[in-house]
Design a protein. Structure first.
Length: 328
């Protein structure tokens, strides 16, 4: 990188760099003292995080107050105007089409201010090699579009993965997004796609994991058929990764952890644990596989366990066979 004149001067100016760092820390302190965010945190605490609707209502009240939004964005912009090398003292989150800052990070509610450019949206479309998909995140969320960017959204609906993720999603409408508009989505059943944008989209996105579906469901954008699901639960994802690692390390001393994972509330995590358990020690896993084939609360897991019994433990296969669907 060849720095321009201003950057070269700043890089050679140690006191100037120290002043930039000091300004960042001062902004951090002022940001933490913002009454709008403090009030939002108090409301979240009062909601107790028991119901997604109650938690999300706290976020909606914040987004519906222009002065609350302005207090956050205005503070960051005021410090940026003072110093061209200022960096906001907030975690940065970026995706394929957006870049943003995390304004609030609570277990019950997160809030992100982000920008998505039409160039990034176009690049994503032109660089895509495979078919596009429509994703349903599983979480309930709100978007406030400070700038709509002349964007046109298409909205989609599905029955949700809770009903086995079968069938197709369906088109629910298309419209232009206006400046200041608030869009609410239940990611278990609703999604949107940005079809077109004339300018930058600047928005605040707040979401809650309370009551969220455990899986992100995806549908083919051409056929609208269900094509797969992936874990949206961080704890389950980490557990699956750790079990795979323990199996690769041949850690038979960790078998109690495999047994414990078979009680996961998430069906896909239970099946992953069983697969790794079988790979680690088939004989010790066999009694648990029998139990899973007979009594797991999820039909596909029961079917997959029965199929595994038939394929690898023929004498253990149940006499009455269900229609088999392999999850391996």
């Amino acid at each position: 990188m060849i720095p321009n004149e201003a950057l070269a001067e700043w890089l050679a100016d140690v006191p100037g760099q120290s002043l930039t760092v000091a300004r960042r820390e001062q902004c951090r302190r002022e940001f933490r003292r913002l009454e709008a965010l403090a009030r939002l945190s108090r409301e979240i605490d009062a909601a107790n995080g028991l119901e997604a609707e109650a938690v999300l209502a706290c976020g909606r009240r914040f987004l519906e107050q222009p002065e609350a939004v302005e207090s956050c964005l205005g503070l960051l912009m005021s410090w940026a105007r003072r110093d061209p090398f200022f960096r906001p003292p907030l975690p940065r989150l970026s995706g394929e089409v957006h870049t943003g800052l995390l304004l609030l990070d609570r277990p019950q509610l997160t809030m992100l201010v982000a920008l998505a450019s039409p160039d990034a949206l176009a690049t994503k479309r032109t660089s895509r090699k495979g078919p596009a998909s429509i994703a349903f995140t599983g979480a309930q969320s709100l978007y406030r579009f400070v700038k709509g960017g002349g964007a046109v959204f298409s909205f989609w609906e599905t029955c949700g993965f809770a009903s086995q993720g079968r069938g197709r999603c369906r088109f629910a409408g298309r419209r232009r997004i206006e400046d200041g508009e608030i869009v609410e989505l239940d990611g278990r059943y609703q999604s949107f796609v940005v079809d077109h944008a004339e300018g930058d989209l600047v928005y605040l996105h707040t979401s809650t994991p309370v009551g969220a579906a455990a899986l992100v469901a995806e549908y083919d954008s051409s056929t609208l058929e269900f094509i797969g699901g992936s874990s949206a639960d961080e704890a389950s994802s980490r557990m699956q990764m750790m079990l795979s690692l323990l199996r690769l390390m041949d850690r038979r001393d960790a078998i109690p952890q495999f047994r414990q994972a078979l009680d996961s509330p998430h069906f896909y995590a239970r099946w992953h644990a069983m697969r790794e358990f079988l790979a680690l020690d088939p004989q010790l896993a066999l009694p648990h596989l029998r139990k899973m084939a007979e009594a797991d609360p999820h039909g596909e897991v029961r079917t997959a366990a029965a199929q595994t019994l038939g394929a690898f433990f023929a004498e253990e296969a149940p006499k009455r066979q269900e229609e088999l669907l392999c999850l391996a």
